[in-house]
Design a protein around this ligand. Structure first.
Ligand code: GLU
Length: 304
């Protein structure tokens, strides 16, 4: 399989497509991103690393961070975490409030905002220095990465975070938030503000393709069983209410964020990160999805 040739071909074709979609302007800081950016990076478990375009540029990973925060909470709390979070695709927008009332404050899954807010609460209750400990956990997945919080993005989101505030308060009213809502929200916004580039992102997610161990030093991050479950969740819930379509067209577990990043992986083979900031109507990177759809078609390598 010549990944490089396929990536180059698909990149060229998708780059030439008209720029459809919108930036995530509801977060003022994200409205300022250069919308023509486009980068891709692949990391295979056999040691191939290949990037093209703006793969070294840092961007706001937003909801992709929900996979990382859940990984740490799952590692710390174990299976009892599922008493506070569901594992069903929501079929609603990432910031929707509608199901929470009927579900009595148990978010449908950990990758919608409601679920990630509960995960932030769990981390606040469990860790001594939540911000520092979470970052350290990320660095165990990829010791040389420069992933870090962006104060600017977190502050910018905090100013307009009315829906997330509503979600947190509603969940609190059902008793599924232990800490003070403003503390939980501050941490949630910090988690969303993480920045990195496609190269580091595909490297970070490689352990999900490697049965829960880092590739270089075989450091175990999650158990095999936890890793399978995380991949199942990414497959069914990773793309908001476009998760079914992503499974149908791309066929890989993955996660997107409103910063225009997508990371996806093929268990036993590779992880791949794509960044193009303009989003389709469902909040997923327009070119990111186009790229991955063609990439898995050309490589004939989806998990199905
Ligand atoms: N920080 C964003 C929010 O809470 C994350 C959304 C996303 O990337 O899905 O709205």
């Amino acid at each position: 399989m010549n990944f490089k040739i396929i990536i180059n071909e698909v990149f060229e074709r998708v780059e030439a497509l008209p720029q459809k979609g919108e930036l995530a302007t509801y977060i003022p800081q994200l409205a300022q991103v250069n919308s023509s950016k486009f980068g891709v990076h692949l990391s295979t478990i056999h040691g191939l690393n290949y990037g093209i375009g703006d793969y070294n540029d840092r961007f706001s990973i937003q909801s992709i961070s929900k996979v990382l925060s859940l990984s740490l909470a799952y590692k710390l709390v174990g299976e009892s975490i599922w008493q506070r979070l569901g594992v069903e695709p929501s079929g609603t927008a990432f910031n929707s409030l509608v199901q929470l009332e009927a579900d009595k404050g148990i978010p449908r899954n950990p990758f919608i905002n409601a679920g990630a807010i509960v995960v932030a609460d769990i981390l606040l209750s469990t860790l001594k220095n939540p911000r520092k400990d979470f970052l350290e956990f990320i660095h165990t997945m990829s010791p040389h990465s420069n992933v870090n919080y962006s104060k600017k993005v977190a502050e910018s989101e905090k100013k307009i975070g009315f829906r997330n505030t509503a979600l947190c308060n509603l969940i609190k009213s059902f008793g599924n938030i232990e800490n003070k809502p403003n503390k939980v929200l501050d941490f949630y916004f910090d988690i969303c503000s993480l920045e990195t580039n496609c190269k580091e992102l595909s490297d970070l997610f490689l352990f999900f393709a490697n049965e829960g161990c880092t590739n270089i030093d075989q450091n175990r991050i999650l158990t095999k069983s936890q890793t399978k479950r995380m991949n199942a969740l990414m497959q069914t819930c990773g793309f908001y209410d476009e998760s079914g379509e992503f499974a149908f067209k791309v066929g890989l577990p993955g996660k997107s964020g409103v910063g225009g990043g997508i990371v996806a992986l093929h268990p036993g083979k590779y992880s791949i990160a794509v960044w193009s900031p303009k989003l389709n109507a469902k909040g997923n990177s327009y070119k990111g999805i186009k790229f991955l759809e063609e990439f898995t078609s050309k490589t004939e390598m989806s998990i199905f």
